[in-house]
Design a binder for this molecule. Structure first.
Ligand code: DGL
Length: 279
C-alpha cells in the first residue's frame, strides 16, 4: 500500500530539511503529534490555512487551488517532503499534487484505511468526515476495494470543525451535535468508526460517551507517521541530527484561541506562531 503515497522524487533533497504539513486549521496537528512521537529528530513546518477554513464545504476545484498554494508555501520554506494533513485536501488534491511536484507528498486517507482494516474482524464501518471527503467517495472506494463484504456508511458532519476550532470540545452542544450525526450509524450497528477528518481525534472523549463501548475508533495519525518513516527510510531522507526537531507553525490568520487549541492538539508547547501569506 505504501507505494501509493509517492510522487516523483526529486534528486537533491536533503536530510536536514524540515518536513512540511498543511491543513485548513489546527486539525493537522494531530498528525504532527504522531510524527513528533515517532520521529523526534525531524524539524517540522506546519501551515494552517485558518483564513480560508473550512475546506470541507468548498468545491473540489477550490480545494485543489488552495492545496496547490499551500504546497507552494511549504516549498518556499525548503521542505524535503510534504504530508497533506487534511482528509478533504487529500481526497480532492493528492493525485494532482503528486503528479505536479517532484517531491514526496503523502496524504492521510490510505493510512486511515489501513488502520481501519488492521482489525480482521471489522465488518460494519462508519465514516464521519467533512462534506467534501464523504462526497468524494475516496474512503468508501478504498475500503471496498481492499476488503469485500464490508458494510460502509459515511456521514458528513460539517458542524464539527467549527465547534472544534471554537474550542467548544467539552460543551454540551457538541455532544448533542455528535449524537445527532452518529445515531444513524449506531442504529446500523457499526463496529468501527473512522474519524476521517484530522480535527476529530480531539473529540475522542466525547465520542466515547456517545457511542456504544464496543465501537472501535480509528484515525490516520499513527499509521500516517509510520508510513512517513518508511518512506523517508526508503529514500534515505530521515534526519540525522541528534537534537530534538524544531516545530514552526504558520497560519494565514492569527486567532486568539489558536495557541491554546494547538497545545491541546500537540500536547506540548507550540513555540512561536508566524503569520503566512499564501496564494
Ligand atoms: N481537517 C480537515 C480534514 O481532515 C478539514 C477541515 C475543514 O476545513 O473542513 O478534512
Amino acid at each position: 500500500m505504501i507505494d501509493d503515497f509517492f510522487g516523483a522524487i526529486r534528486i537533491g533533497l536533503v536530510k536536514q530539511a524540515a518536513l512540511g504539513f498543511f491543513d485548513s486549521g489546527v486539525g493537522g496537528l494531530t498528525v504532527v503529534r504522531a510524527v513528533q512521537d515517532l520521529l523526534p529528530h525531524e524539524d517540522v513546518i506546519y501551515l494552517g490555512d485558518t483564513a480560508r477554513l473550512p475546506y470541507g464545504s468548498k468545491s473540489p476545484e477550490t480545494i485543489r487551488q488552495f492545496a496547490d498554494e499551500d504546497v507552494n508555501f511549504l516549498l518556499s520554506k525548503g521542505v524535503k517532503a510534504i504530508v497533506v494533513a487534511c482528509n478533504t485536501a487529500t481526497a480532492h488534491a493528492l493525485p494532482s499534487l503528486q503528479q505536479k511536484y517532484e517531491i514526496p507528498i503523502m496524504g492521510v486517507i490510505l493510512p486511515g484505511v489501513e488502520a481501519a482494516l488492521a482489525d480482521p474482524t471489522a465488518e460494519r464501518i462508519g465514516i464521519i468526515a467533512t462534506r467534501g471527503t464523504i462526497g468524494s467517495h475516496v474512503y468508501q472506494h478504498a475500503l471496498a476495494t481492499r476488503r469485500t463484504g464490508l458494510m460502509i456508511h459515511g456521514i458528513a458532519a460539517p458542524l464539527l470543525v467549527p465547534l472544534i476550532e471554537e474550542n467548544w470540545i467539552s460543551e454540551e452542544v457538541t455532544q448533542q451535535v455528535l449524537l445527532k450525526y452518529l445515531q444513524p450509524l449506531i442504529d446500523k450497528g457499526i463496529d468501527t468508526l473512522m474519524l476521517a477528518c484530522t480535527h476529530y481525534p480531539l473529540l475522542v472523549p466525547v465520542l466515547k460517551e456517545v457511542l456504544p463501548s464496543d465501537v472501535r475508533l480509528v484515525d490516520s495519525a499513527t499509521t500516517c507517521a509510520e508510513h512517513l518513516k518508511i518512506m523517508l527510510e526508503k529514500i534515505d531522507l530521515l534526519s540525522d541530527q541528534e537534537e530534538d526537531g524544531k516545530l514552526s507553525i504558520y497560519l494565514t490568520d492569527l486567532s486568539e484561541q489558536f495557541e491554546e487549541l494547538a497545545r491541546r492538539f500537540l500536547k506540548r508547547s507550540t513555540g512561536k506562531i508566524h503569520r503566512a501569506v499564501v496564494g
